[in-house]
Design a protein around this ligand. Structure first.
Ligand code: SF4
Ligand code: SF4
Length: 67
């Protein structure tokens, strides 16, 4: 199983992670935090470890850790 860590200070709320993840909205969604849109991790158990999200996140806000 993967641990999915988002650095919400780096996240620009582009939603690319949701688009490129095969399990998209089950794992990622956008929330409003301190007046900014940022991604939040939902149910990590759906993750298949493909790393699409990390590859496509322009600001490098996503880190995947195998556990
Ligand atoms: S792809 Fe990266 S910057 Fe864009 S919403 Fe997802 S975590 Fe945030
Ligand atoms: S590694 Fe793949 S399945 Fe897991 S959250 Fe990222 S895009 Fe989705």
């Amino acid at each position: 199983m993967m641990d999915i860590l988002i650095d919400q200070e780096k996240c620009i709320g582009c939603g690319e992670c949701i688009k490129v993840c095969p399990k998209g909205p089950r794992i990622y969604w956008l929330i409003e935090k301190k007046g900014r849109k940022v991604a939040e991790v939902g149910d990590k158990s759906f993750c298949i470890g493909c790393a699409n999200c990390m590859a496509m996140c322009r600001p490098g806000a996503i880190r995947l850790v195998r556990k």
